[in-house]
Design a protein around this ligand. Structure first.
Ligand SMILES: [Zn+2]
Ligand SMILES: [Zn+2]
Length: 334
C-alpha cells in the first residue's frame, strides 16, 4: 500500500469532504504522478493548496487514460460529471492533456488539520514507505515557532522512542497502526486489546511509546485542577471519573449518519480538571482513540465492564499524579 499526497484547491477539497465529489481527476501533458502510480487500497492524504492536510481517503477504483484528444477529455468528464464536479473554466484549461487519471475515493474522513513540510510545487506526491512528517502546531492549529511550547497528537520524536499512531494511515500486516512518521511497528496491540487490569503497568508503558500520550503523563497539572482533585477523597474521585467516562465517551448519538458521542474527539479540554489530563494520557478521550488503544469498536454505547476498565485506567493516572504532586510539595518544603 502506498501513501499519496494530493494537493487540492479548497473548493474541490470541501466538495470531497462533504461527500459531493467522489472522483478526483488528474490531467497532464506528460506521464507524471499520479498517472500509473495509484493502486486500489492506497491511502490519499488530502491537502489544501497552501494549507493543511484536512482529510484522508482510500482508493476504491482507478482508471488511466492516454492518447487523449479534447473531444475525448470532454466525453470522459461528461460521463462522470456528477462524481467529478469539475468546473467548466477548469476543464477548458485541461482540454489539451495527453494523460488522465481518475481516482475513485471511498472512506473519506475529515481529520483535525495538520501541516507538513512541502516546499516544492508538485500537485501530487507518492510516498512508498512512510507518511509525510507533520509540523508542530499549537492547540489552535496555528504553526508556531520552534521556541514555543507546542503539542499535537501527530507530533513525534521517533529518534527518542516517542512515536505517533494517531489516525496513522500506515498499518502492519494485521491491520494495526504503525508510527505515522517513521513506520515503526512497536505496539503490542493484541495484548492491549485484552483489557486486563492485571496488565495495567504494561498498558501504561505502551501508551507512553506515543509522544502525545507521554506528554500528558509528564505534564504538570494546572493549579486549579490539582487543588480541586486534592479536595476529594479516592471514592469521590472514582465516582466523578466514572460519570465523566459515561458522559463523554460512554453514550453514542446518531450524528451525521454515524453513532458517536457528542462532539467526539473535540469534547475534552486541555486544562481545568485532572480527569481531562488523564483522558488524554490514557487514550480515553474519544471513541477513535478508545478503539485504537483499547480495542472497543465505535458506534455503540460502552458496556459496564468497559466503562469500569477505562475508569480504572484514569484512576491510575490520577493517583500517580497526586502522589507525585504530594512528594514534590514535601520536597520543596512548602
Ligand atoms: Zn515513529
Ligand atoms: Zn482521542
Amino acid at each position: 500500500m502506498k501513501i499519496h499526497l494530493a494537493i487540492l484547491y479548497k473548493d474541490y477539497l470541501d466538495l470531497i469532504l462533504e461527500g459531493k465529489k467522489t472522483i478526483e481527476a488528474r490531467f497532464s501533458k506528460v506521464k507524471c504522478p499520479p498517472y500509473g502510480r495509484v493502486s486500489i487500497g492506497d491511502k490519499i492524504l488530502l491537502k489544501e493548496t497552501g494549507g493543511p492536510i484536512r482529510g484522508e481517503a482510500t482508493v476504491s477504483v482507478v482508471k488511466y487514460f492516454d492518447n487523449l484528444a479534447p473531444s475525448r477529455v470532454v466525453h470522459i468528464v461528461n460521463k462522470y460529471k456528477e462524481q467529478l464536479q469539475i468546473k467548466d473554466n477548469f476543464l477548458n484549461q485541461k482540454l489539451d492533456s495527453n494523460y488522465l487519471t481518475l481516482i475513485f475515493l471511498k472512506d473519506v474522513v475529515e481529520v483535525s488539520p495538520y501541516f507538513i513540510n512541502k516546499r516544492d510545487r508538485r500537485g501530487w506526491i507518492v510516498y512508498y514507505n512512510h507518511a509525510p512528517q507533520s509540523i508542530q502546531l499549537d492547540l489552535f492549529g496555528n504553526k508556531v515557532s520552534d521556541k514555543e511550547v507546542k503539542i499535537n497528537p501527530y507530533y513525534s520524536e521517533c529518534e527518542n522512542g516517542l512515536h505517533s499512531f494517531f489516525k496513522s494511515p500506515l498499518k502492519n500486516s494485521e491491520g494495526y497502526p504503525r508510527c505515522r512518521n517513521c513506520g515503526k511497528d512497536i505496539i503490542h496491540w493484541k495484548k492491549l486489546h485484552i483489557r486486563d487490569l492485571k496488565n495495567i503497568d504494561f498498558v501504561i508503558s505502551e501508551l507512553r511509546k506515543e509522544w502525545w500520550r507521554n506528554y500528558w503523563w509528564e505534564v504538570e497539572i494546572d493549579e486549579k485542577a490539582i487543588s480541586h482533585a486534592l479536595r476529594k477523597n479516592s471514592n469521590e474521585l472514582y465516582v466523578l471519573v466514572r460519570k465523566r467516562i459515561e458522559k463523554s465517551v460512554g453514550i453514542v448519538y446518531e450524528f451525521r449518519g454515524r453513532k458517536q458521542p457528542y462532539r467526539d474527539g473535540y469534547q475534552i479540554p486541555y486544562k481545568g480538571n485532572i480527569i481531562y489530563y488523564a483522558q488524554h494520557a490514557t487514550a480515553t478521550c474519544c471513541r477513535k482513540c478508545i478503539e485504537c488503544w483499547h480495542g472497543i469498536p465505535q458506534g455503540r454505547n460502552l458496556n459496564n465492564e468497559e466503562i469500569e476498565y477505562l475508569t480504572m485506567l484514569v484512576m491510575k493516572y490520577i493517583r500517580r499524579k497526586l502522589r507525585d504532586y504530594k512528594r514534590g510539595v514535601i520536597r520543596n518544603g512548602k
